[in-house]
Ligand binder design. Structure first.
Ligand code: FAD
Ligand code: NAD
Length: 399
């Protein structure tokens, strides 16, 4: 017994939402399209999607439902409750899960004041804990996106924050030491303390199951009323391992977002897709690529011949305190910093094999960010790094 659909979107996150929006825009008939999500709420960014979702033209929302196995040869998915759902075309939008401390040999993730942040329930939990911890101490584990953004929110909510991470500076995957030092100084001015170059080794947990202190590998101990952990993610590929080709930790797709099985597409954080601009397969973990891969996959599904290869300029951004930055392209090669690092507008270019490949700007205007994106996409040849540094932002504005 089971249900059958023409199109099934597996996952109920950002990419699923945008794929559904694109389907409804292009027109699907009643009963053709189904979204299956483990979460009990409809895909997020609901303001933009509510018209498509809450008055669904033919979209079946199967919420609170975990798929426990998939058979791409038979084109079926099996729910945890035992129902078989079959499809003609499947879009995998299963995203990723937060890595757990246990995977690094530390136990205590299920303590009542230890939080991760991936979904709506996690966010509610953090919010409740934050309210009960005003004036108290939070330890933030990890110096990436979650660590930086959560530390800022905690400080704004009058909680004392110590950040702990193994690298020499924050946002090590993207920032240069000079860029990182700007943000770290700003955070310090807001009272955030940094403990770098070490990791936690254990928690002290009281008889109520609450963490009271975090023990670090360097031997120090930090008192804690709450702990927020952001130590990276792992794409949710397990249902398809052994059935589809994987790459870069995700599901490998071609320029039409189609996997090694022609009836299966993958989008969002779980998809490893060719980035034409760099001639390489990449798996990105950002909302803009989730939205755009989703839209492109649906275009390719519905108008396969007319739809070209996905041609994407990687774009990441963040907003913290009153600051805001954007990054385009690739952070490889030599770095040219520009602007006023003691003020509020500065940036960097990355130059690889004699061409501009990446750019970063803090505190830019809309026009400046647009210029940065345009310049990075053009990949102009760069002969003189010193001249580029001298020109700074005007370089991008005049390319
Ligand atoms: P997700 O949004 O993670 O959705 C995956 C969905 O699949 C979930 O609904 C999940 O329940 C479901 N699922 C997985 N496995 C199964 C299964 N077996 N059965 C049923 N359902 C399943 N990016 C930016 O560029 N800028 C930002 O400012 C930014 N802020 C962020 C803030 C937070 C707190 C987080 C967590 C991420 C942020 N990101 C940001 C990253 C961005 O949200 C992700 O890149 C994006 O959500 C990826 O979309 P996705 O649909 O691929 O995955
Ligand atoms: P991340 O990859 O950005 O950062 C992981 C951090 O974990 C590293 O910087 C490192 O400091 C730390 N780390 C690794 N191993 C550790 C260990 N054993 N102990 C302590 N620290 C350790 O991942 P994240 O911050 O967890 O974010 C999760 C996902 O959410 C990412 O995919 C990210 O792109 C996404 N996200 C994006 C944004 C944005 O684009 N603005 C905002 C929030 C989240």
């Amino acid at each position: 017994m089971g249900r059958a659909f023409v199109y099934v979107i597996l996952g109920g996150g950002v990419a699923a939402g945008y794929a559904a929006l694109e389907f409804t825009k292009r027109g699907v008939s009643q009963g053709e399209l189904c979204i299956i999500s483990e979460e009990s709420v409809a895909p997020y960014e609901r303001p933009a999607l509510s018209k498509g979702f809450l008055l669904p033209e033919g979209i079946e929302l199967v919420l609170g439902t975990r798929i426990k196995s998939a058979d791409v040869r038979r084109k079926t998915l099996l729910t945890a409750a035992g129902e078989t759902i079959s499809y003609k075309i499947l879009i995998i939008a299963t995203g990723a899960r937060a890595l757990k401390l246990e995977e690094f040999g530390v136990s205590g993730s299920d303590a009542e004041n230890v939080c991760y942040l991936r979904d709506y329930n996690d966010a509610n939990r953090i919010l409740n804990l934050m309210q009960s911890c005003a004036g108290g101490n939070a330890v933030v584990i990890g110096g990436g996106y979650i660590g930086m953004e959560c530390a800022a929110s905690l400080v704004i909510n009058k909680i004392n924050v110590t950040m702990v991470f193994p690298e020499a500076h924050c946002m090590a995957r993207l920032f240069t030491p000079k860029i990182a030092s700007y943000y770290e100084d700003y955070y310090k001015s807001k009272g955030v303390q940094f403990i770098k170059g070490t990791v936690l080794s254990s928690f002290d947990i009281d008889s109520n199951g609450k963490v009271t202190a975090v023990n670090l590998r360097d031997g120090s101990q930090l008192p804690a009323d709450m702990v927020v952990v952001g130590i990276g993610i792992r794409p949710n590929t397990s249902l398809f391992e052994g059935q589809l080709t994987l790459d870069k930790g995700g599901i490998k797709v071609n320029g039409k977002l189609q996997s090694s099985n022609s009836s299966v597409y993958a989008v969002g954080d779980v998809a490893a897709f060719p980035v034409k601009l760099f001639g390489e397969t990449r798996r990105l973990e950002h909302v803009d690529s989730a939205r755009k891969t989703a839209r492109h996959a649906v275009a390719a599904i519905m108008e396969h011949e007319k739809t070209g290869e996905f041609d994407y300029l990687p774009f990441f951004y963040s907003r913290i305190f009153t600051m805001s930055w954007q990054f385009y392209g690739d952070n490889s090669g030599e770095v040219v910093h520009f602007g006023d690092f003691s003020g509020s507008t500065f940036g960097a270019y990355w130059v690889s094999k004699g061409h501009l490949v990446g750019s970063f700007l803090e505190g830019g205007t809309k026009e400046e960010y647009n210029a940065l994106a345009k310049a990075t996409r053009l990949k102009p040849a760069i002969e003189d790094l010193a001249e580029m540094e001298r020109q700074g932002l005007s370089f991008a504005l005049t390319v």
